[in-house]
Design a protein around this ligand. Structure first.
Ligand SMILES: *Cc1c(COP(=O)(O)O)cnc(C)c1O
Length: 398
């Protein structure tokens, strides 16, 4: 392999700082070793725009992994959600039911098309949308239920799909955190009409910025390809199915560069190893912190029967927001970065402007104020997990 100038400086993988007195970061982007080699290959292929060798390899891998009919690599999960909103034919005045405890993109994708986000409360055990509250929020304007599998733990999909079927609604899965996760044996992202993955640097598998759209029903594939390729049938042209490509419909540019896909492929190749490592760290946290839960000091994540997660996130719940702030400060004094998560969308400026909350906010705000995420990334070592869990215990005087 030829040397690229920046390689002389070496790439920080997050492991070499061990021993030095340094911060344990909350996240370090995944790096497995062959990323640069594959990016160089993309350069040597002289194909660095989208849909080359590495994009094809990544999509094929994801299609095999999930068993979905079609997987299109995108520039982000946000863009995959936007594509899903367009494919759902969201129009001004439509309503979309979703949890308020989520990342902005779940709502943005639909708001951009003129829809009103209708938030319902979450379940305190999984932090996912409370499936028992969805039906009461449906009106004649409702078009989509957008679910979020928080921390890669599945929503109660049997109930949700049943509601969607009875009310003729589409289901979009924000599976940004849920690659390699499943519900009753079904891979997340493949149960609803559309599934959206993220390959942002904070996710289990990364390409810097990137994502994927999973399409369950064959009837949407052609429209999705056109949408992703600036409204043209260029995908068909490249497969030799048409002799010239033309402007077919509205569209945008949702395909990532080969450079990014090459980075991602290096990780997908060792996806099992990444997954195993993360699950080990997750389990280690869980075991080390269980005594604190038994003593009633904190709460640990709940993984319902039938749900397989992928160690995307490890969080604890403190007594309240004030205790959480003290714990964050204590951990920081000990050079460990811990972070809270979403500020509920319905109480944020744009949420107040664009959306409404249906029913009562019993858990969304209260539980979001207690949740604290501990460092979790591929390069995190078992020793670091011990150290972090030890500090949490010290804080609680255990
Ligand atoms: C990360 C994330 C997104 C956004 O992903 P991007 O690839 O950064 O656009 C959307 N929804 C959820 C739940 C996420 O965790």
């Amino acid at each position: 392999m030829r040397h690229l100038p920046f390689m002389n400086k070496g790439i920080k993988t997050g492991k070499e700082s061990e021993g030095e007195k340094s911060m344990i970061r909350f996240n370090v982007p995944p790096y497995t070793g062959r990323e640069v080699e594959y990016m160089q290959k993309a350069i040597e292929n002289q194909h660095i725009c989208g849909d080359g060798e590495f994009t094809k390899k990544c999509s094929a891998y994801l299609e095999k992994l999930t068993g979905t009919r079609k997987c299109l690599l995108t520039t982000s999960c946000t863009h995959a959600l936007e594509m899903a909103a367009l494919l759902c034919d969201i129009k001004e005045g439509d309503e979309v039911i979703l949890p308020s405890y989520t990342f902005v993109s779940t709502a943005d994708a639909f708001v951009l098309r003129g829809a009103t986000p209708v938030f319902v409360d979450i379940r305190p055990d999984t932090m996912n949308i409370d499936e028992t509250l969805i039906e009461a929020a449906i009106t004649e304007r409702t078009k989509v239920i957008a679910v979020v599998h928080y921390a890669g733990v599945a929503c109660e999909m049997d109930t949700i799909m049943d509601i969607a079927k009875r009310h003729h609604l589409l289901v979009v899965e924000d599976a940004a955190q849920a690659i390699m996760c499943s519900y009753k044996g079904k891979p997340l992202g493949t149960i609803g009409d559309f599934g959206c993955f993220s390959f942002h640097e904070t996710k289990n598998f990364s390409m810097g910025e990137g994502g994927a759209l999973l399409i369950r029903d064959e009837k949407y594939i052609e429209a999705a390809e056109i949408l992703r390729e600036k409204g043209t049938d260029r995908s068909k042209y490249f497969r030799g199915q048409v002799d010239k490509y033309r402007w077919m419909n509205y569209g945008s540019s949702y395909l990532p560069s080969e450079m990014n896909a090459a980075y991602l492929y290096a990780q997908l190749e060792v996806a099992d190893k990444i997954n195993q490592t993360r699950l080990e760290r997750w389990k280690q946290y869980y075991e080390l912190l269980s005594p604190l839960q038994e003593a009633g000091k904190i709460e640990l994540p709940v993984i319902p029967e039938g749900c397989v997660q992928s160690g995307h996130m490890f969080y604890i719940k403190t007594k309240n927001q004030e205790e959480r702030a003290r714990l964050i400060a204590f951990m920081k004094e000990n050079d460990i970065l811990t972070v809270f998560h979403y500020v509920p969308l319905h109480s944020a400026p744009a949420g107040l402007k664009f959306g409404r909350f249906h029913g009562e906010d019993i858990y969304t705000t209260k539980e979001s104020e207690r949740l604290l995420r501990l460092p979790m990334f591929y390069q995190l070592t078992g020793k670091q997990v011990e150290l972090i869990a030890g500090k949490v215990k010290e804080f609680y005087g255990a």
